[in-house]
Design a protein around this ligand. Sequence first.
Ligand code: AMP
Length: 425
Amino acid sequence: MAKRFQNPKGTRDVLPEEQHYWRRIESVFQRLSDVYGFEKLTLPIFEETSLFQRGVGETTDIVEKEMYTFEDKGGNSMTLRPEFTAGVVRSYIQNGMASLTNPVKVWSTGPVFRYERPQAGRYRQFTQFNVEAFGEIDPALDFEVMSLAWQLYDELQFKNLSFQLNSIGCPVCRPGYLEQLKSYYHKNLHIVCDDCKSRLDKNPLRLLDCKNVQCQPTIQSAPAMKEHLCAECDDHFKTLLGYLDDMKRPYVINPRLVRGLDYYTKTVFEVWAEGIGAQNAVCGGGRYDGLAEMLGGKPTPGIGFAAGLERIVLTMQNQGVEVDPIPGPRVYFAPMGDAAKRASVRLITELRLQGIESVIGFGGRSFKALMREANRRGVRLVCIMGEEEISKNVCQVKDMEGGEQKSISLEEVIPAVKEILSAGS
Ligand code: AMP
């Protein structure tokens, strides 16, 4: 027997029965992007590998261990995007968006690839909704971006959301803080895990989000960035908190929130939702004021976030959020015989041109089989035609709701069907 294939580990097929969640989520974020003034930007799924090495950071887990990198036939190293921001910044610079009216606010969506250890809510191919806003340092923009994330989850009826928020400073205040953090860890080296020992030199900020139980007491007593912010970062953070307080947006200041990507400065945040176990972040983002320059552009502040759609779907399912099904067909054509088939094909084509969801029974099936299919498809009306109907130039239109059946002349079928449907909807 020929080999039967399976989808690759860490990927999933989104079957038709789950699509109503996706449609709902996509429609909410498309609308909210308009409401908040973000324009759509569509990007390639792969980019030059060095874009991510430089943009995301050589010492991050993503770049070190998780990228899908390949050499193309021209000998160039390419990588399937492991996140959106580096590509969006590349596009902003390449397309001269700095000369547009700033802030430039864009959103994108599509698949993202990371070679991670798969588990519930953690995949190797997943889908992100990503927003970025460039060219403005004003904390009101941080608030706007966070507000968009908040409204997204609010409209999707999430319960028990928590906004985790921190500031990780800037090149002025962070180096001094990192020195303090490192000297604190040097004193505690004997009690932390091996990963933390190597993080200490490579990426000390990440010491704070180690998940290892043995490292938790050390993290608890570590110096916090918030206490070491320069005047500008401190002011930025306090102004943002002021906006959040004014709008009564709940948040938790989490000094351990540092995020896994190198480019962040000042504000970092995540949205956590109950109901999806350990993988509880449904959204993460922050400010990255140095990234454009790192990628060869003019110094340009930026802020954005990415939300994972698979985790949003999982949360909605686990929290029992009801989502309307995608409407199925409303009319079924049940033809018996060639002449009836021909007349049915004519009618269904016309009906579809008028936007009425309709399907037809194929092959030479019996009346019983056709009615069984009509039932299974859950239609409201069945248009039945056999030799007798054709000879009289009529169609039997059966209303599956009331059981009533009417003989209607072929010229009248379309207006009659539309009338019944509009009266019943
Ligand atoms: P990040 O780019 O790591 O900040 O992730 C942003 C969001 O993408 C997270 O909050 C998750 O919702 C989602 N996400 C990240 N990694 C995965 C993954 N491996 N599988 C599914 N969703 C993910």
